[in-house]
Design a protein around this ligand. Structure first.
Ligand code: NAD
Length: 494
């Protein structure tokens, strides 16, 4: 596959950008330029939204059967699988993640298109539901219809997968889409555009405009031609998007940040707990919204577990994501690297103990690498315990009772995910029921399934993605009621 740099994808073809402004796409491992991408503006967004609007209002896409749309989704999935190696390498180059993790992302991206192809097919024959009425003479049904033109805005941590989580259900539902990828990692979105061209997706059904959040993102959120905004990213940006959507009451769904707890009881299998805790915070360099970044450890186990975690963290191989055996690559860019280092500094200056890491590994002098970092002894009200760092930084605190652990876990403005480790099933179920989070893992951390709902409580977001919930994000419900009686209705005709 050949990538087209410096253009947008609008109305089924590569489009020249309105301005001649470009931004750099940088490889975070080498700090070298990969290519120049178009810094879109509101005219580009206007073109893209108009194309999507026209495809929705006048084109074949929303009127096709689910089975017909599924054919396109399955072809997209097939092309993604065909290009697994190429797309995985592209993700490593753009984002920095290790190659094996990039292949999970790309395989999951294809699986997401296949899954929503299945749900599109199921819509045929299931999009109408008879509603039993207490009032005689009427017949009523609820009809599911595509919501319209969807604007999708995504972050940089799982670039192609986050695009799929929005684009696949939106297309399955019969919506048309304008996607704004993160300016930090736009390359696999451009590959997705090429795939859409290759499978012959009808004009205007899917559009991509690259550029900055403050230009392209904002223009998309404000555009009157958009019916639905689907956003994944930080809480401050989510709040701005809500405000923009409020002006003309756009439908929104928000997947935001987290500071997820993992509660470890003394009766757990310690070695399994170590493995899940390490994975839960250090995979994808800790740049994971659901990363279990707060470990709450039962006091009798605390010292032993902290020692084991520190021992294991020091063994993690860090380097270029393309190298064999590497478990952690660089952080995504210089901004994120500096943010994470200053978060660690702030934690330590507020009184936390640096158990391990906290710096660039000595063998790497280029690239945005940070060693796996563990902090302990911080106060419960400290900044580092409460705020999302979005990097390889684990905060560990002891607890004495189950009630205390649950209270500490819930004492957060976030509520995306939580995990509990214990051999006592009843305790696990009780704790899971008491945790205020959208996703709870028992004796594991992070597994994500396309079939299961994903999303957060509290400031971690609004709505759910994936599974049937993901499809419903892009469907409206219409009530259609028929008067089916010869008798006059009786307002004035008796
Ligand atoms: P971000 O909020 O900075 O940016 C996300 C996207 O929004 C980017 O495409 C950006 O260009 C765009 N954007 C920025 N300002 C905008 C504006 N004013 N209007 C419209 N769009 C704008 O987030 P990020 O740094 O890219 O990603 C990290 C964040 O994403 C973390 O907080 C993480 O927890 C969250 N995240 C959440 C989930 C989830 O499923 N809940 C998944 C992945 C990432």
């Amino acid at each position: 596959m050949k990538l087209t740099y410096g253009k947008h994808y609008i109305n089924g073809k590569w489009a020249e950008p309105d301005s001649k402004n470009f931004f750099d796409s940088i490889d975070p491992a080498s700090e070298q330029l990969i290519g120049k991408l178009s810094a879109g503006n509101e005219n580009d967004i206007d073109d893209a939204v108009n194309a999507a609007r026209s495809a929705f209002d006048h084109g074949p896409w929303p009127k096709m059967s689910g089975a017909e749309r599924a054919v396109y989704l399955r072809k997209i999935a097939q092309k993604i699988n065909d290009q697994l190696g190429f797309l995985s390498r592209l993700e490593v180059q753009d984002n920095g993640k290790p190659y094996p993790e990039a292949t999970w992302d790309i395989e999951d991206t294809a699986a997401c298109f296949n899954f929503y192809a299945g749900l599109a097919e199921e819509l045929d024959g299931n999009s109408e539901q008879e509603i039993p009425l207490s009032e005689p003479g009427f017949k009523s049904k609820a009809v599911k219809e595509p919501i319209g033109v969807a604007g999708a805005i995504i972050p940089w941590n799982f670039p192609m997968l986050m695009a799929a989580w929005k684009v696949a259900p939106a297309l399955a539902a019969g919506c048309t889409v304008v996607l704004k990828p993160s300016e930090v990692t736009s390359l696999t979105a451009l590959a997705m555009a090429q795939i859409a061209i290759d499978v012959g997706l009808p004009e205007g059904v899917f559009n991509i405009v690259t550029g900055l959040g403050s230009d392209v993102g904002q223009a998309l959120t404000k555009h009157p031609g958009i019916d639905k905004l689907a956003f994944t990213g930080s809480v401050p940006t989510g709040s701005k998007i809500m405000q923009a959507a409020a002006r003309d009451i756009k439908n929104i769904s928000l997947e935001l940040g987290g500071k997820s707890p993992i509660i470890v009881f003394e009766d757990c299998d310690i070695e399994k707990a170590v493995e899940w805790i390490m994975f839960g915070i250090f995979w994808n360099q800790g740049q994971v919204c659901s990363g279990t970044s707060r470990a709450l450890v039962h006091k009798p186990l605390y010292k032993k577990l902290l020692d084991r975690l520190s021992e294991e963290a020091k063994k993690i191989i860090i380097g270029n994501g393309n190298d064999d055996g590497v478990l952690m690559g660089p952080l995504v860019n210089a901004t994120q690297y500096n943010k994470v280092l200053s978060a660690i500094e702030r934690g330590v200056s507020d009184g936390a103990t640096l158990v391990c890491g906290g710096h660039r590994p000595t063998h790497l002098d280029k690239g945005y690498y940070i060693s796996p970092t563990i902090l302990s002894d911080m106060q419960e009200d400290s900044w580092v315990w409460n705020e999302e760092i979005f990097g390889p930084v684990l905060c560990v605190k002891p607890f004495e009772t189950e009630e205390e652990a649950v209270a500490m876990a819930n004492n957060s403005r976030f509520g995306l995910a939580a995990a509990v480790m214990s051999s006592d099933d009843e305790r696990c179920d009780r704790v899971a029921a008491n945790l205020r989070a959208g996703i709870v893992w028992i004796n594991c951390s992070q597994p994500t399934f396309v079939e299961a709902p994903w999303g957060g409580y509290k400031q971690s977001g609004i709505g759910r993605e994936l599974g049937e919930w993901g499809l419903n994000n892009y469907l409206e419900t219409k009530q259609v009621t028929r008067y089916d009686s010869d008798k006059p209705w009786g307002w004035y005709l008796k």
